[in-house]
Design a protein around this ligand. Structure first.
Ligand SMILES: [Zn+2]
Ligand SMILES: [Zn+2]
Length: 333
């Protein structure tokens, strides 16, 4: 098989590193999986896509185009725990004994989430209920979560990477970065010599990475993300390999500024809405995402609105009260 065949659309990135666009059943349509077959050093996969037959077939074709099979992958570095990036981690581990690696921060919450899924689900749903999700939506939300869980094969063992550590890839040294916000322990890999960043979903060209507050996340994901945008702006990479709508984007610094402006607008909007009429985060999310959304879309909208409301609360610009009869938190300006 050659790289010109449709299912093995490999984009050369740098040296022996290639990007593969793998299909996912989400609006973004594809996720970027990176494959490295270096002269010297471990055969590496960065991000693994979701466990679907289509994704497995695309990865098989990509590996084959490089003269490899699943069993040859010695290391899998995962940018963050979301199902479209982590889903096949357990499969890569099982087929070739690949060493699965993630940032230490991500192992404790995000990665653990998949292992403790059954135990954590009630807390996850209660958190959304406490923030105003209507009782009649809970069952659908639980079922939707289960569909996501079914496409994830967790790894048995994950090796922690730490911020500031060096990883070798494509015959080059890369610095491990911590880029929290979209996920608590989102990892980036930075190659200063080529001014190239492997960014995952920390920054995306066409959509704003979802910044959501869930039951198991750090308390202020938006605060984390605004700091990440500052880091990216200062780093000013010439190019970034991104999780969706890529594989490569330029103009990271300008995009980071644009995303900061976008979040500031949303903060202003929520503060004004809560000032006009005190409401739950769910009711605020209906005002902020005033359109038809499916059940996953509504969950993202609630989590994103909540991340903004809690950021404002931690700044002292909103406060919340517990409404006993309805059993939910109400935000006031
Ligand atoms: Zn993600
Ligand atoms: Zn993603």
């Amino acid at each position: 098989m050659t790289a010109s065949e449709p299912n093995a659309a490999l984009t050369p990135i740098v040296g022996t590193l290639h990007a593969l666009q793998v299909p996912i059943p989400y609006p973004m349509k594809t996720v970027t999986v990176l494959l490295d077959r270096p002269e010297d050093g471990p055969v590496t996969m960065i991000d693994t896509a979701l466990d679907t037959p289509e994704a497995q077939a695309a990865i098989t074709a990509g590996l084959k185009a490089l003269g490899l099979g699943w069993g040859d992958v010695e290391r899998a570095i995962i940018t963050h725990h979301h199902p479209d990036h982590y889903g096949l981690a357990g499969v890569v581990e099982e087929r070739g004994g690949a060493d699965v690696q993630m940032l230490d921060v991500e192992i404790g919450r995000g990665e653990r989430y998949w292992h403790l899924w059954e135990e954590w689900l009630p807390g996850h749903l209660k958190h959304m209920r406490d923030h105003g999700l209507p009782a009649e939506s809970l069952e659908g939300m639980g079922a939707d979560n289960r569909r996501g869980r079914d496409r994830v094969q967790p790894a048995q063992h994950v090796t922690p990477l730490r911020e500031g550590q060096t990883a070798t890839l494509a015959g080059r040294d890369w610095e491990v970065l911590w880029l929290p916000g979209h996920a608590d322990g989102h990892l980036g890999l930075w190659n200063a010599e080529d001014s190239l960043l492997i960014a995952g979903d920390a920054i995306l060209p066409r959509i704003s990475p979802n910044i959501g507050l869930y039951a198991y996340t750090r308390p202020d994901p938006l605060g984390d993300y605004l700091q990440t945008l500052g880091k990216l702006e200062a780093l000013n990479p010439a190019q970034a390999v991104v999780g969706h709508h890529g594989p490569v984007m330029s103009g990271v610094q300008a995009r980071a500024r644009e995303l900061r402006g976008h979040h500031h607008e949303r903060l202003d909007f929520i503060k004004a809405e809560a000032g006009r009429e005190p409401r739950s985060a769910y009711d605020l999310s209906l005002a902020m995402f005033n359109r038809d959304l499916n059940v996953s879309g509504r969950r993202f909208a609630l989590a994103e609105t909540l991340a903004h409301a809690e950021h404002l609360r931690l700044l002292g610009q909103l406060y919340r009260t517990w409404q006993e009869e309805e059993g939910r938190w109400i935000y006031h300006a």
